[in-house]
Design a protein around this ligand. Structure first.
Ligand code: AMP
Length: 191
C-alpha cells in the first residue's frame, strides 16, 4: 500500500489532499538485539498511516562517538514520505524510541534505539525541541555514510555529502554490516 492509498485511510485527517514531504531519519542502536531494534523502528515508522518508508540504507557498525565506554553501534538511515509536519514526525519518532524501551541516562550513552530527524525536504527549522537540518549531521561519518545510500535522486544533497565525506575524519570506524532490503528486511549480516 502506498502513502497515497493510505491517505484514504479513515484515520488520516484531511485524507487525499495532504502534501507529501520527503524526510531522512537516522537510526542507531547499541544495546541488546541491535538489528531487531532497527527493524522494529522502521516497521513502526511505516505503520503510521501518514508515513511511508521509501528507501533504506545498508546497516553500518560504528565506533561510539562522545561517551566511548560502551558497545559499538549499528546505524542506518531511512528515507520517508510523509504528510506529517516536522514536529509531528519528531513526536512519532520519540514515541517509537519510548516504545522500544529507550531510557535517557548518560548523554550520548547506550541506547536501544535512537531516531534523529536529519532533513525534512529543504525546510530549516529552529524550535526549542527541534533543529532541522540536524545540527550535528555534518560532523558525523556514521550519519553521512548511510545518508549517502538513502539520499536517492537528490543531486544537491548528494554532492554536499560526498564533498564533506572526502575530508571528514572517522570514516574508517564506519563498516558495512549488512544490507537492508526494504521492505523485506535485513540481508546477510556481518555477525
Ligand atoms: P537524543 O537524546 O540524543 O536523542 O537527543 C534528543 C534531543 O535533541 C531532544 O530533546 C530533541 O528535542 C532534540 N533535537 C533537536 N533537533 C533534533 C533533531 N533534528 N532530531 C532529533 N532530535 C532533535
Amino acid at each position: 500500500m502506498t502513502l497515497q492509498d493510505r491517505d484514504n485511510h479513515p484515520s488520516a485527517a484531511g485524507a487525499g489532499e495532504a502534501r507529501l514531504y520527503e524526510a531522512f531519519i537516522a537510526l542507531g542502536s547499541n544495546l541488546g538485539d541491535r538489528e531487531r531494534y532497527l527493524q522494529e523502528a522502521i516497521r513502526l515508522l511505516n505503520d503510521h498511516p501518514l508515513i511511508e518508508v521509501i528507501r533504506c540504507s545498508d546497516v553500518y557498525e560504528t565506533d561510539p562517538v562522545g561517551y566511548a565506554d560502551q558497545g559499538s553501534f549499528l546505524n542506518m538511515v531511512a528515507a520517508v514520505r510523509t504528510a506529517l509536519s516536522p514536529s509531528q514526525l519528531h513526536a512519532h519518532m520519540q514515541h517509537i524510541e519510548n516504545r522500544l524501551g529507550r531510557v535517557r541516562t548518560i548523554p550520548n550513552g547506550p541506547r536501544t534505539v535512537d531516531l534523529d530527524l536529519l532533513l525534512y525536504d529543504h525546510t530549516e527549522l529552529h524550535t526549542p525541541e527541534l533543529t532541522v537540518p540536524h545540527p550535528r549531521m555534518w560532523e558525523r561519518a556514521f550519519v553521512l555514510v548511510p545518508l549517502l545510500d538513502a539520499i536517492g535522486e537528490r543531486p544537491e544533497f548528494r554532492a554536499s555529502i560526498t564533498r564533506r565525506l572526502d575530508t571528514l575524519e572517522g570514516k574508517e570506524g564506519v563498516l558495512r554490516w549488512s544490507s537492508f532490503n526494504w521492505p523485506s528486511g535485513f540481508g546477510l549480516s556481518g555477525s
